[in-house]
Design a protein around this ligand. Sequence first.
Ligand SMILES: Cc1ncc(COP(=O)(O)O)c(C=O)c1O
Length: 499
Amino acid sequence: MEDFDNRQSLTPIFTAIKKYVESNPAPFDVPGHKMGKFKTELATYCSDMLYKLDINAPIGLDNLYHATGVIKQAEELCAEVFHADECIFSVNGTTGGILSMIVGLLSQNDKIILPRNVHKSVINALILSGAVPVFVIPDYDLENGIANGVPFENYKLAIDSNPDAKAVFVINPTYFGVCSDLRKIVEYAHSKDMIVICDEAHGSHFYFNKELPVSAMDANADISSLSMHKTAGSLTQSSLILIKGDRVDVSKVKKAFSMFSSTSPNHLLLASIDVARKKLYFEGEKLLDDTLALAKYARTKLNQIKGIKVFDKHYCHKDGRFDFDLTKLVIKVTNLGLSGFEVYRMVREEFNIQLELAEVGLVLCILTIGSTKDDVDRLIEAFKVLSDRYYAIRKTKIIPKFKFRYPKRVCTPFQAFNAPKKLIVLEESVGEICGESLMIYPPGIPLAIPGEVITLQAVQLIEYYLKQGGVLLSDSPEGYVKVIDKNKWYLGSEVNYDY
Ligand SMILES: Cc1ncc(COP(=O)(O)O)c(C=O)c1O
């Protein structure tokens, strides 16, 4: 029998909210719905409790940006459970966590070593901080058209070639559940006096089961942001920033965090972290054992269906694919003669099943501590129907093997963001310097970022993805792109930092 610490049964924020609501206060503060006394159909639909619990900052509920009471207690309990020295609750997702970590810890012209397949919040953090990206090349799976983790050697080369870099950024895991060799990267980065910042948006559950890949804190990374809401059962937008050791200045991260978050943080989000942490502390290991068993069942059944292939640990045969999160069902559908985008839409429209994400040749289903066998059985049935209908009738869908090459970079994202721009037709943009991030959503990984020269391949990739049903996220009207107006802009010598 494991020794549990009974302090972890406390839920300081949730308890304080309940106490406040049950005391039946007369509210002369905001929010203006006054604990649901302003009746709306949403309040009626959700029962009155949702609005009652939606309070702002009454006495006793602490201040997220200067926590000394219940929020501080809840953050301390959370830090212990996640093997961290400090924990900050975020109500602005891991997007807010990433902005806070990078802007808080890096100044203009500080170098940060990072993979190219980062989430758009990282590119935005580079724009805001003025930090200089040194990109490392991830493992590209050309057969399936996805980017994975980064081989250690690629990080090592970048670290050795940029001894002045301040930070190394690691995704743990990628959207598709693939991990780099985090322990080795951390050890090497620390030996060169660099801090390690992690994006664990998809890795909150790693902290609760030994069968899962190593977590950032257990790998001794300095700081990590994780989306509790994605895989650890709290409400959408609630995330954590975890800090370990003394390499990072926590006060700088907190300062940046307060700049990017509302002064009216939603206490329901905070309470949802509080109760999820308690449940995971006491039951997380068992719940994740069950999730992994469910994933195994799903994998076995799906793999028996003609034309379907689900990734497993065999996918990880090299360093850039060091480990794999088995709770992610990455389902290859090309042998059905369908694209992932088509399958994503079909299963929703025909079977009322919502998948997480589609790529050209894949769909991604995320299993969590909330998943049920009934839902998994519905998924299996849907794939059986699709297989009966399409397998051996349609030709296998071939994914063109686009070998992604880094575009030449002329300036930093910060310089490009602040440069004069003009709007041009996307097809005519080859050779121009990109003035915005161009990315296909999901998964929101940039094909061109501000400051990079737009290549023919980037334009072809965008056109290809759009034809396959992807959505292009950009700041410009459809078919156009913002580029730097070189006639109105001067920048000194060109830079190229990529490895
Ligand atoms: C890899 C990665 N990092 C960061 C984020 C941002 O997380 P959040 O949605 O919690 O803001 C996402 C969101 O999907 C993501 O996929």
